[in-house]
Write a protein that binds this ligand. Sequence first.
Ligand code: ATP
Length: 471
Amino acid sequence: MRFIGRKSELSKLDAEYNRDSSFVVIYGRRRVGKTTLIKEFLKEKTAFYFLATEELESQSMKRLAGVVARTTKNTLLQKAVFTDWVDLFQVIADYKPEEKKVLVIDEFPYLVKTNSAFPSILQNVWDEILKDSNVMLILSGSFISMMQKHALSYDSPLYGRRTAQMRLAPLPFTDIYAVQKMPFDQAVEQYAVTGGIPKYLEFFEDGRPLEEQLKDTVLSKSGFLYEEPNFLLKSESVTAVNYFSIIKTIADGNHKLGKIAGILGQETSSLTPYLSTLLDLGFIEKRTPITKKNPEKSRKGLYFIADNFIRFWFRYVYPYKGELELDNMQIVLDEMHKDFREKFVAFVYEDICKTIFVELCRNEEITFTPSRSGSYWLNDFDGDTEIDVVSVDHQNKRVFAGECKYHAKPVDAQVYFALKEKVNNATEIRKAFPGYEVIYGVFSKSGFTQRMLDIAKESADILLVNEDHLV
Ligand SMILES: Nc1ncnc2c1ncn2[C@@H]1O[C@H](COP(=O)(O)OP(=O)(O)OP(=O)(O)O)[C@@H](O)[C@H]1O
């Protein structure tokens, strides 16, 4: 698969590279593409790339010595025995190529697992040896909880050393679609399952129908992704039954704290610690209406699963594990035929529309500088008050309100009228953004009726967006 996207991440790394001394922490969920991003960045640079693994410390030092020997082309080092990290890092500091050198410690948490003093050792090495040796240090790792604890937190010896940190997010739909050679709806359905995780994309590249690929990769007991969420949750040591039950309840479409607690027969207060761990790890997210000034404190926050693949797995695989163990995949396919497109994919399409809108703004296809983007609802996430995409441009005093339709038929003007009415009834939007001009957007997978197109031609305040963006 050719390298996709990551423009802003690469330019952030370039900016760090151009500083006198830089210390960058990169972290993110398994399979999101950290190593690939780093390797792309290292192209044409003098680099010491060390991938830590679960092995004895002496073996790690031996391998790093090998890396140093190769980069410095000093074969004597290959045979040297190092018993102290400081000596190894000193060799790196003493190596003086013309351009800046980059030292990468990938999967840094493994070194901490083998030697809990490693963050202190590295802090010392950075302060005393590396900082002034024209080096860029990159620490990378997948265990989000360990990266937060040992590389980022206030309690870590490394606190205060980093010059930048990057939590790598999945690839946005628009970057993937730009390089894919497939119809828009096929790409959307695939993204609804893979969620922009490049490793997952690799399994869905052979052009066969999605169901066939799902059977091989996700629904078959020997499929690579059959147990994936177990693996992801275990990596972060969140294996308790409570975590599974919470994710499953949210995957079933329950988003309010009270409702989730009610279904699980628990007090809301007893769920809070579990939710906050899942939030920290990025498995779930809390969304609040765009009109709330303090999203952190808002009681209107709703919980959603943040990762498409995890949502898919808990919705269509987890409940049928018993049947799948007996190779009965049909039950899952039948379940998918009921609501995969209409509900599951339609929900993901709303997020995709948000990304498309950001791209329209970035490409200056519309004059809008988003200050905040999200959605709006009054009490619950229902069709009556919910506005799928809402973005605010404080600079130009404009609000964008968009409705997304993942329907098989062209969207008619009725949808636009209903959206206008919803915005008119949303007194909270008018209160939060008084006097702001409203721009209406209708996103459609299957185009628009002639009536809708004619109305849009006459009005400056409507944007019609399909897969080719603005119509
Ligand atoms: N930007 C990208 N474009 C294309 N393919 C990518 C991209 N990023 C990652 N990949 C592919 O996805 C797979 C996983 O990527 P990578 O190993 O970099 O992830 P990671 O975050 O380091 O994973 P882990 O934490 O599980 O080791 C690789 O096979 C890689 O080829």
